[in-house]
Write a new protein. Structure first.
Length: 278
């Protein structure tokens, strides 16, 4: 009888958490421009795959303008916690300074963000063994080399045993060289997994939630050719078509982001941290 009751509480709790996540995804607090990317980024399915619950302590690595932060902060603000590891405050890059400043401005714009802690990406992320999950979305290609070693090591240190390291990344074709990964922004699944394993993570699961079969991976400016960056702008006729579709508020399924390398780690009570790479 006690076991049955315990199981019922777990199931009921899971439904409550799922409802809370859906409410965060559908929240009016989100920027309408960001909501337009939901069809391509699948935030509800992705965060569910990573087993993120509303009571977790979570680190988001390199949150950029806060696309996922809008959802995570809303989802975690009552019972959990969110740390945003952004570009270093003392960076010499004016471009990166501007991005961080805009992010900080966003965090001060709404009480939903009042508990979000901002730290430097390449420094200590949190106390050792203190967080349940570390997440990053389409950032590995920006860290290829020593910077990735630093971030992966700090992420492992911050995670509790059995913690989740969730990664979403643009997937390159097998055999793609490191130089080509840096040029195009596409990272091979093998490279991502090996780098994670090198730092102590264990691959637990992968998902094709964000895979895009229409992504050719052949663009002159790599992944930055695609929405939302549109680096070629008016120089590319196909991009102009996309921009027109955007104005008409139509779904851009043909140009969904080139994301397919994604994975997650289950929260298993063993003395390892689990990685998942997509």
């Amino acid at each position: 009888m006690k076991k049955a009751l315990f199981l019922s509480l777990i199931i009921f709790g899971s439904f409550l958490s799922a409802d809370a996540l859906m409410n965060a995804v559908l929240s009016d607090e989100r920027d309408p421009k960001n909501v337009l990317r939901d069809d391509a980024r699948n935030p509800y399915e992705t965060l569910s795959f990573f087993l993120i619950t509303d009571e977790m302590e979570v680190i988001e690595l390199s949150p950029g303008g806060g696309w996922y932060t809008e959802i995570l902060a809303n989802y975690l603000h009552k019972s959990g916690g969110l740390i945003a590891a952004h570009f270093d405050k003392d960076t010499t890059s004016n471009y990166l300074k501007k991005i961080r400043k805009n992010f900080e401005k966003k965090m001060n714009s709404n009480s939903i963000y009042q508990n979000v802690e901002i730290v430097n990406l390449t420094s200590k992320l949190s106390e050792p063994n203190s967080v349940d999950a570390v997440l990053t979305f389409r950032n590995l290609h920006n860290w290829l080399g020593p910077m990735m070693d630093n971030i992966f090591a700090n992420s492992y240190e911050a995670l509790k045993p059995g913690g989740i390291f969730g990664v979403v990344e643009h997937r390159a074709k097998p055999g793609t060289s490191l130089q080509e990964m840096k040029r195009t922004g596409y990272v091979t699944e093998q490279y991502a997994v090996e780098e994670a394993e090198k730092h102590g993570f264990i691959l637990f699961a992968k998902s094709e939630i964000n895979a895009n079969s229409k992504d050719t991976k052949h663009y002159s400016k790599g992944v930055w050719t695609l929405p939302p960056t549109l680096r070629l702008k008016e120089k590319n006729k196909e991009i102009n078509v996309i921009r027109q579709r955007r104005k008409e508020d139509q779904r851009r399924e043909d140009w969904a982001e080139a994301v397919s390398l994604c994975g997650f780690c289950g929260r298993i009570l063993v003395p390892q941290r689990f990685a998942f790479i997509i």
